[in-house]
Design a protein around this ligand. Structure first.
Ligand code: F0G
Length: 448
């Protein structure tokens, strides 16, 4: 077996700026120890998110040059629509400026007060958009997945017993749709099995409930199915992805993840009536249905990206390189959400720093220290972000696609292990200023 290499070479580079510990201490004090408020140019390795941060290919840049910027009937739209239809089989493809715009339109049309929308785990914008429509967003993850150390091949699955109980208890008329997020971002980036998707389809269709995928990391999920689920090793990622989509009645999609685009998304459905209402709403705030708030060149980048991401060499490298980071820190004693997912490694800061109580935000304290020590930015996913609803105190290190090389990741590993070696000296922090909602973006902290 040879080393799994980056299956690309680099044509255009962005310089990284180094800063000293003293400079970073000053910058931290200035931004109230909230890493969202740092200038990106002051960060050496930015693992805040894998969303919109991908490096595009020569093929995508070339496609952008032929972007058709016509207001109506753009050729670029037809190219995107045909690509998406070939992959997903959905009748209607509605472009949007990003995933959350697709969510807002879908839930505005489908949800009312008194409704409940289950999901394996809702992403924060998904939950917020469901609640904004007056409905309840309910997470139904596997109970076993709450333990970060438990290794299951498909830890992102939806709890089928809980779904059946919910339908029996509330009645199908109060459940306008069931969502499944692939991969399950908010629960550690864990994959969902084909068997689970098939079961969700069977249960929902028995009760006449539509089934939608939140599909932004569909290709990474398909790769895990190929690797881990019996019966799929001979199938291509494309064939597996096609099967995943064939089970659903529609999807929301953020093209900022697996489509390697810097902006964009879409909403798909097989329901003609819904599609009509959705397009009317789209025109109100996003734009005409052949551009949906995007430039023609963005539609081209997405169409090209959706094809590229299904390359087995790319997916093998992607999952191996994230696993490399995860294994190197976990095997040296840093607790992570096990097993590693595809787009991010989540350090279990609650477990790593048991001397820092929840109320003093262990994952935020670790985020601050990792930036102070090494110029690396991760994001807290714990009590700062979710308050009392947080299941764990996690620091997410999301890996932008095709952006960092293995030596960058080796530097990240070294830095984390250095911080881990003196973890007992780390202190917590407190919030000194916070807005009324979504506080993690703008609140200010004080180290204790
Ligand atoms: N669904 C999931 C599972 C997501 O991870 C995201 C975004 C969205 C929907 C919304 O898409 O950003 O295009 O509006 N996740 C990013 C992240 C922001 O950092 O995990 P969007």
């Amino acid at each position: 077996m040879h080393t799994i290499i980056e299956p690309f070479r680099i044509k255009s580079v962005e310089p990284l700026k180094k800063t000293t510990v003293q400079e970073r201490e000053r910058l931290l004090a200035q931004c109230g120890y909230n890493l969202f408020l740092l200038a990106a140019s002051d960060i050496l390795i930015d693992l805040l998110t894998d969303s919109g941060t991908s490096a595009m290919s020569t093929n995508q840049w070339a496609a952008m040059m032929r972007g058709d910027e016509s207001y109506a009937g753009s050729e670029s739209f037809y190219r995107l629509r045909d690509t998406v239809q070939k992959l997903t089989g959905f009748r209607h493809v509605i472009p949007t400026h990003q995933g959350r715009a697709a969510e807002r339109i879908l839930f505005t049309v489908m949800c009312k007060p008194g409704h409940t929308v289950p999901n394996n785990t809702h992403f924060d914008t998904t939950r917020a958009n469901i609640e904004f429509a007056g409905a309840e967003a309910l997470d139904l993850p596997l109970p076993a997945a709450a333990d970060t150390q438990v290794r299951l091949p498909f830890k992102g699955d939806l709890d089928l017993d809980a779904l059946e109980q919910l339908i029996a208890g509330r009645g199908p008329e109060r459940i306008p749709l069931v969502l499944v997020t692939v991969t399950n971002n908010s629960d550690g980036g864990q994959p969902v099995s084909m068997a689970n998707l098939e079961a969700v389809r069977r249960i929902t269709h028995q009760h006449g409930i539509p089934f939608y995928l939140d599909a932004c990391r569909f290709a990474e999920n398909a790769w895990f199915i190929r690797e881990r689920e019996p019966g799929y090793s001979h199938m291509s990622p494309r064939q597996i992805a096609m099967k995943m989509f064939s089970l659903a009645d529609g999807c929301t999609f953020s093209a900022k993840k697996d489509a390697f685009a810097n902006i964009g998304g879409f909403l798909c459905t097989n329901d003609d009536m819904l599609a009509k209402q959705e397009k009317d709403l789209l025109i109100l705030t996003e734009g005409f249905p052949t551009y949906g708030g995007l430039a023609g060149r963005d539609l081209e980048a997405i169409a090209a990206g959706i094809e590229e991401v299904l390359d087995p060499d790319y997916l093998e490298y992607r999952i191996a390189s994230t696993g490399y980071l995860g294994r190197h820190i976990a095997d040296a004693g840093v607790p992570i959400v096990e097993p590693p997912g595809a787009h991010a490694i989540y350090i279990d800061a609650g477990r790593m720093l048991p001397h820092i109580p929840r109320q003093q935000y262990p994952a935020q304290s670790l985020a601050i220290e990792l930036y102070r020590h090494a110029g690396i930015r991760g994001v807290e996913i714990g009590s700062v972000m979710f308050g009392a609803h947080a299941r764990n105190e996690l620091l997410r290190l999301a890996i932008p696609r095709r952006v960092y090389t293995q030596s960058h990741i080796d530097y990240v590993v070294e830095s984390i292990l250095e911080v881990n070696a003196r973890k007992d000296g780390l202190r917590g922090c407190e919030i000194v200023e916070e807005p009324a909602f979504l506080r993690h973006f703008t609140c200010r902290f004080r180290p204790l």
